[in-house]
Design a protein around this ligand. Structure first.
Ligand code: ADP
Ligand code: ADP
Ligand code: SF4
Length: 607
């Protein structure tokens, strides 16, 4: 017997534009046309946005195809799933099925594409959103009904405690940059207010915040704000700690330090839940992981919990065995062993540019660089702490900052395309995404062209073309900036922190696109990256920038990626092994057998 199915119809009301269309969705509907019922309707005089009735809609998909703005999504889901609906944002809104299960004394990780409901799930578990069990019309369910729904699972006792006020929740929000607009004071004042355990100052010292204690929050960098919030949350006397993307803006060392602090907080009587896209960090932190899958912006389903290694491998493989669900067509694979650098290829490599020993002096900061050169067709991963001069070095290569000593030289004309680290929406001209992309390269908007298919469509920007760039979210803006930088015809691409705000699939897609563009155009790319997995994935060579943040930086000559990664990890004092199945890097637990073995062999990166 065929499995019983129910309809889920979602309209993205941000992209739906009845003032700019002819209600194609309504005119093609066979139910409406036959006169046997109404499956979709709108107040056409008022040009209101349409509503789809899921019980009369037959799921033919004609409206989905007809809508010029791709605003409709319809899917048939197994009817049993309906009983597991947890929350829906209004009629034809996003719907979340199932929830992650917090575990006493454990760290539960959440992994999934952006828009699949991770934040919604943690807001429900934090008691900030009362789940409506998917019922958006009539009376919303009360707590009795909600508790009955989760009967027999650990979620029932969790929610019971939450409703009875027996759980105190501390929540580290995703977008740390909103904080200076909401709170006032210095780091010390804010930590003093947050501190309930008396540990705030010690924790702050451990993550290096002691140097900025008297600084006003308005003057903190993204990384400093992130550390401040993590420490403030950890110093709360709570039972539930929720961390939404604790790695954003942090360098590799800071990510590991923050991960260690969060790990240390895990003990009986405490529930910790973490959403994170840096897989090395998520893996290191989590005891178990739930994968969220579905259609971004339309629906999300929470998987059963897997061990952290298993979950990440399954996610990369793209297939959930227990659920029998395919997440994507192809697995994400890592090049095992050494990538082949262009100068070792059979064909003679073409040198593109280079630099002599350089010295750059800025107000209070000096940067020195060892000499180096780059070849056409290679990607150089740039790694090092925040404030060490990576951006400054890139600006020297781009000709935006002049060195005091030494010079940059090139073999022939070198056209440069640059994606800066911070893209502030306020600083952007009020143009649409289409206009911004067109300015970078008109070909990127020609449907069917390579740039359109590989860059614009792969990054999902085709859905954003009419939006003004100053209204985009952090992740959307990041993707537009990357697409604009990569679509420009250039010989040298300088891509500063492309991963910030992107999910794993997007990070991998961007890394692939960078490699492909460099290879097909015979160009070179410098990519500043703090996600170890992506750094390893994207780089032919690794260039380290080390020294004392904010005071002096030393740029090392680019080295083959394995050697460069080894040196980076030695500096950070962590050892990393490669997962046997997927080849992805895994951080060893401090003091574990492998950690000790690798340290004695000075094999910080066992690739
Ligand atoms: P994630 O954290 O995985 O990126 P979210 O839980 O933030 O996912 O959001 C999932 C989807 O839910 C979003 O794509 C958005 O369409 C929708 N959504 C989130 N918050 C709201 C809200 N307050 N009202 C309506 N829709 C929302
Ligand atoms: P990274 O990219 O590694 O985070 P940056 O190159 O942005 O580091 O900055 C390195 C140091 O140089 C920081 O301390 C920063 O404050 C300082 N700096 C950057 N630009 C200038 C400038 N124009 N004038 C003075 N100091 C600067
Ligand atoms: Fe127009 Fe598409 Fe919205 Fe229908 S769903 S009103 S076709 S924009």
């Amino acid at each position: 017997m065929p499995e019983a199915r129910v309809r889920l119809a979602v309209i993205d009301y941000e992209t739906c534009k009845p003032k700019k269309c002819n209600y194609e969705c309504i005119s093609v509907c066979p139910i409406n046309k036959s006169g046997s019922g109404i499956a979709i309707e709108a107040n056409i005089q008022l040009r209101s946005k349409p509503v789809i009735y899921e019980d009369t809609c037959i799921g033919c998909g004609l409206c989905v195809k007809a809508c010029p703005f791709d605003a409709i999504f319809i899917v048939n889901l197994p009817s049993e799933l309906e009983e597991e609906a947890v929350h829906r944002y209004g009629v034809n809104g996003f719907k979340l099925y199932r929830l992650p299960v917090p575990k006493d004394g454990m760290i539960v990780g959440l992994l999934g594409k952006n828009g699949t409901g991770k934040t919604t799930a943690i807001r429900i578990l934090a008691g900030e959103v009362k789940p409506n069990l998917g019922r958006v019309e009539g009376e919303p369910p009360g707590w009795d009904e909600i508790l009955r729904r989760f009967r027999g699972s650990e979620l029932q006792s969790y929610f019971k405690k939450l409703v009875d006020g027996k759980l105190r929740v501390a929540h580290k929000i995703q977008y740390v940059e909103v904080v200076p607009r909401r709170v006032k004071g210095t780091v010390r004042e804010l930590l003093k207010r947050a501190d309930e355990t008396g540990e705030a100052l010690e924790l702050a010292r451990e993550v290096g915040l002691d140097k900025v204690m008297e600084r006003d929050v308005r003057h903190l960098s993204g990384g400093e704000l992130q550390k401040l919030l993590v420490v403030a949350v950890l110093s709360k006397d709570a039972n539930v700690y929720v961390f939404d993307e604790p790695s954003s803006y942090l360098d590799v060392r800071e990510r590991i330090r923050v991960a260690r602090l969060i790990s240390r907080a895990s003990k009986p009587g405490k529930y910790i839940i973490v959403v994170e896209h840096d897989l090395a960090v998520l893996d290191y932190l989590s005891d178990v992981i739930h994968i969220l899958y579905g259609e971004p912006g339309a629906y999300g389903i929470v998987s059963k919990p897997y061990s952290s290694r298993e979950a990440i491998n399954i996610f990369l493989e793209g297939y959930l065995p227990a659920e029998n669900v395919r997440l994507r067509k192809e697995p994400i694979r890592f090049r095992k062993g050494e990538g082949e650098a262009p100068e070792s290829r059979a064909q003679a490599p073409r040198k593109l540019a280079g630099w002599t020993r350089l010295r750059v002096a800025l107000d209070g900061f000096t940067l020195e660089a060892e000499e180096g050169e780059v070849y056409a067709g290679e990607v150089i991963g740039v790694a090092g702490p925040n404030g060490i001069g990576k951006t400054t070095f890139i600006k020297v290569l781009a000709g935006l900052v002049k060195p005091r000593e030494g010079s940059v030289f090139s073999y022939g004309e070198v056209r440069v395309s640059y994606k800066p680290q911070y893209i502030s929406p306020e600083s952007l001209p009020k143009v649409t995404v289409a206009e911004a992309l067109k300015k970078a390269n008109p070909e990127s908007l020609v449907p069917g062209s390579w740039l359109y298919l590989e860059l614009v469509k792969k990054l999902g920007l085709d859905k954003l073309v009419d939006r003004r760039v100053n209204t985009l979210s952090g992740g959307e803006l990041q993707k537009v900036a990357i697409a604009a930088a990569l679509s420009r015809e250039a010989d040298l691409y300088l891509i500063d922190e492309p991963s910030a705000y992107l999910d794993v699939e997007e990070r991998v897609n961007v890394a692939k696109i960078i490699r492909r563009i460099v290879e097909t155009r015979g160009a070179t790319a410098f990519v500043v990256e703090h996600d170890l997995m992506i750094l390893d994935y994207v780089s032919d060579k690794v260039m380290l920038v080390l020294g004392e943040p904010g005071v002096r930086g030393h740029v090392h000559t680019p080295q083959p990626s394995k050697r460069g990664m080894n040196r980076l990890l030695m500096e950070l004092g962590v050892t990393v092994r490669k997962d046997e199945e997927t080849g992805r890097p895994r951080i060893n637990k401090e003091g574990s057998y492998l950690d000790r073995l690798q340290r004695t062999r000075k094999l910080y990166y066992a690739a």
